[in-house]
Each structure stands twice: as C-alpha cells, then as structure tokens.
Design a protein around this ligand. Structure first.
Ligand code: THU
Length: 134
C-alpha cells in the first residue's frame, strides 16, 4: 500500500474514535513523520463548544508532545461529498510545523481525494519569523 493510501486508511480507522456528541461529524487524521512513524487524531468535542479540538490538531499535538518535529505527509478524512477541507485554525497550526511543500491528502469515504501542498492550503500564512523580522 502506498503512503497516501496507508495514511487515509489510518485516518478512517481513528475516525471511529471521534467524540462528537454535538456535531455528530466524525473526522480522522493521520500524520507521517520523516522517520516513518504515524500519529493519528480524531476530533474531540466539548459541551462548551469552542474548546473542541479538530482531528488534525489532535494528531499534530500528539506528535509534537512525543518530540517529533519533522513531518512528511498528512491525510484527513470525513464523510463529506467533496474531500474534507481543513478549518482555518488547523491550517494555521499545520503551517507552524509543516514545510510549504508538504502534501496533505484530503479525502472522503467515497474514495474521492484531493492532494494539496501546505502552501496551497494556506498561502501567505503568518509565520514565526514575522514575530521577529520587523
Ligand atoms: N472538524 C475537524 O475535526 N476537522 C476538519 O477538517 C473540519 C472540522 C471537526 C470540528 C467539529 O468537531 C466537527 O468537525 C464539526 O465542525
């Protein structure tokens, strides 16, 4: 199985663990490191709605908390008509850690996929250097 398909499969599997009593909209994400490890995440909601966390951020935060910094590819899956587009907050978090050329595979449950680079997903993003280059 190619990396893209493996990541999508991992995202589909973790999606079943989503805690989504409010939206009933489960999402799964899988993140591949350059050392070959895969970190998965699902969305985790809360009765105080805004503190919920998306699947993408759960996967990224798990990897970062495990000491990982060097990422290769990501997949995101939801039961949408089109490949699921990540929210703006997740795009900003991705841009903190992902190279501009890193590929993110967006998918649904009907084998429709769209692969985009970080730069395509969030062009002209606010970067750590912007805090110091002034
Ligand atoms: N959600 C994600 O986890 N990732 C996305 O890419 C889109 C939205 C979650 C947030 C919330 O738990 C639910 O989907 C509905 O917005």
């Amino acid at each position: 199985m190619c990396e893209k398909d493996e990541l999508i499969q991992e995202a589909i599997t973790i999606r079943n663990k989503a805690y989504v009593p409010y939206s009933t909209f489960p999402v799964g994400a899988a993140l591949l490191t350059n050392t070959g490890k895969i970190y998965t995440g699902c969305n985790i909601e809360n009765a105080a709605y805004p503190v919920s966390c998306c699947a993408e951020r759960v996967a990224i935060f798990k990897a970062i908390a495990d000491g990982e910094r060097d990422f290769k590819e990501m997949a995101v899956v939801a039961d949408t008509k089109r490949p699921v587009p990540p929210c703006g907050s997740c795009r900003q978090v991705m841009s903190e850690f992902f190279d501009k050329k890193l590929t993110i595979h967006l998918a649904n449950l009907h084998n429709t996929t769209k692969s985009v680079t970080m730069d395509e997903l969030l062009p002209f993003s606010f970067q750590p250097e912007d805090l110091t280059d002034r």
